[in-house]
Design a protein around this ligand. Sequence first.
Ligand SMILES: [Zn+2]
Length: 147
Amino acid sequence: MIDNFSKDYFFLSNFYNAYLMYEGIIYCSTEAAFQAAKTLDVAERERIARLSPSDAKKVGRNLQLRPDWEEIKDKVMYDVCRAKFTMNSSLKLDERLLATGNEELVEGNTWHDNYWGNCTCEKCKDIPGRNQLGKTLMRIRNELRNQ
Ligand SMILES: [Zn+2]
């Protein structure tokens, strides 16, 4: 199991710097693209596209969410991750993802995110995380393998 998206596996993290195009805008990280997708305001999206992953995350917390956000957020995460792993031929992210073989990918964290990952803090450790980011990455890995 790969349950920590840092060091050798930092490329799996949404904070990893990799260009991707999403809905006509170029972003430097999946974090920025994901946060920008929370709004339908194109000027705001372009502003977020220039931010670091951590600044994009901060801005994303205060955005007025598009009304359908809860229904589409899983698909947005899939789309931005799929773009990241297929649009960066120089970083060979597709090969690196495939090289994780059949390892279960779990976004282990300590910041209580039990939706996209699985928090391992004292308070959360008995709550199984939904690990939606890890599942999304395993889905993309499967698609890359079968294409
Ligand atoms: Zn926690």
